[in-house]
Design a protein around this ligand. Sequence first.
Ligand code: MRU
Length: 357
Amino acid sequence: MNRGEVHVEQSSAAQESFRAVEWRDGALQLLDQRLLPQREEYLTLKTAPDVAQAIHDMAVRGAPAIGIAAAYGVVLAARAAWQRAGNGWREAIEADLAHLAAARPTAVNLRWAIKRMRGRFNAIQGEPEAALLAEARAIHDEDRAANFKMARLGAGWLPPDAAVLTHCNAGALATGGYGTALGVIRAAHARGALKAVYVNETRPWLQGARLTAWELLRDGIPVTLLADAAAAHLMATRGIDCVIVGADRIAANGDTANKIGTYMLALSARAHGVKFMVVAPGSTFDLSLDSGRDIPVEARDAAEVLRHGGRPVAAAGATAWNPVFDVTPAGLIDVIVTEKGLIERPDAARVAAVIGG
Ligand code: MRU
């Protein structure tokens, strides 16, 4: 593998033609990802329960973006708690924090962000909003900066002229900006090091077809979509070099939860001699879990499988099982790219060496 340095320019306007999550005029603005790519509409949220609902309903999704949205949700919760209870805001805020934390179970960034916001509480005197907004903005900015670092490291790890396959959406839509897996793809494309980008459509929610294709095409990066079931055939017949995915939670031994179908891709990649790269910031690691066995896997409404675009696609009377994440064992992962460094052939010792433990 070529581990050459790749220069990634953080300030280029071309890197960000939209903001999926933004604090504006005292409220949280979210690009409603349920409507893309047909409509680009923004939600303006002014209460923490509304933020929790938007996370649950996937108006905002992707582990780091969920964490950032929750951090701004804590700001809104603190504003309301201060209005209700004045100096008693620390007790008054708890119900909203519990509501936010329960919005989605798998992405650990959600709980990580709430915990980090909570860490500011004790030092605050008087009205809490300004101090908490500064912390939420710091979480947002740090995530974006981490993505640029990971993009540089990950693109340097890829072989020249690589054909890559990604799954779901781990891009600017799913993060504070630029993206994790898509950050690596953007950086590799910018230095002319990509032969092809294949994108799984990602049933049932179609994050690949609707969101990843939209994001990459906006940046002029050609995309070839495939049905998820075509991935093994793609690897067998088209010379894929690397699968690049994001993560929702990584256990202490490197086992990685990500969008349903990722595990299948990792198995297939190993069978075909294709490299498998996970790209995720430190906030996605859950060192309290020894292995992926203990990662909670979200199951969503069967209707997401049985219906599409508001219309039934399954025979009437069929039931469906809809786990929306799976866990890829660390042994199938060649490298985890973090802002703190690369973790090659991850295991507990190598994760601890880079992330701490
Ligand atoms: O259900 P989603 O769309 O929130 O799932 C998103 C993913 O699985 C992403 O790959 C993951 O959160 C990483 S985003 C940088």
